[in-house]
Design a protein. Sequence first.
Lengths: 195, 195
Amino acid sequence: MKKSIGAKTLAFPTPVWIVGTYDDKGKANGMAVAWGGICCSRPPCLTVSLRKATYTYDCIMERKAYTVSILSDRQAAEADYFGLVSGRDRDKFIDTGLTPVKGEHVDAPYIAEAPLILECKLIHTFEIGLHTQFVGEIVDVKADDTVLNEQGLPDIEKVRPLIYSMSRSGYYGVGDFVGKAYSVGKKFKGAPDGD
Amino acid sequence: MKKSIGAKTLAFPTPVWIVGTYDDKGKANGMAVAWGGICCSRPPCLTVSLRKATYTYDCIMERKAYTVSILSDRQAAEADYFGLVSGRDRDKFIDTGLTPVKGEHVDAPYIAEAPLILECKLIHTFEIGLHTQFVGEIVDVKADDTVLNEQGLPDIEKVRPLIYSMSRSGYYGVGDFVGKAYSVGKKFKGAPDGD
């Protein structure tokens, strides 16, 4: 029996991405963001949505760049801190002991201790409502060599990214592998190798 | 030691959302989408990105509506099938045995067997590159009463949504609870209850 819950942002999963920027004085900042996702394969693009009131909003508008640092589930406290306070009031890198590193390709810093980071160049800004959506072209991805798989790509089981649940107001890890994509569905009639 | 992997859509987590639409003959269709996310809190909005070549693209353009059905990790094969074949060639609801139900508020069908669904009214279409980004206003969320928590909201531990990993080409479940949001980060100096 389905129950109507109303018009709410209750979709799963949502990410925990630390958006890294420089302010007008060159101070590195990071902000935890759950509203975002991949939005295009070619060019590879990633979107994050922010309220205008945030410190990061002005930083992205000024430098036209941001990074996304993906912390592991062992760094949940650090990730949470990046969503708890504003860069206007604190230096979150100093407070957490994490290290800002200038992006190689964009004018924004990433977190050295994050196992996976993406450097993004701002290419579109869309006003949706309370949130402004920033579309960034992913110009490079960097990962710790310890989290790469045999193909040289970041392995989700080694990165161990966080998942944010709004309804639980909590963070989760990634669970078990449950099936191969473009494969487990082949049992149904009509699949390329089925019928 | 960080290794550069190049410009790729390698962010974690990405969702497995079944986008439900009607075609011009009124046939219900669903398509598995990993490129998307929440993009605004007020109005509550959700974005999905699709290639123009997809069947679903035309359906959304015509009806200005779509739903997102969130299947559980016990339905990985069904979810995969929705990404394996095109609605041009097959009726994926008949093939999987799942049931399309007309949205209450929008002209699009959702999957009756999905524990959580969102009804979305198209409000913006943005051309990014290979993918077009559709922004839908979430006009209602519906969940099985068996997956609700004490507050009447969908519980991620009961919904058990799928996570897609491109680099593994596979699906994962949600793992353990690792910390309370706006709480575990309070141990760092500068937090609202810290210092």
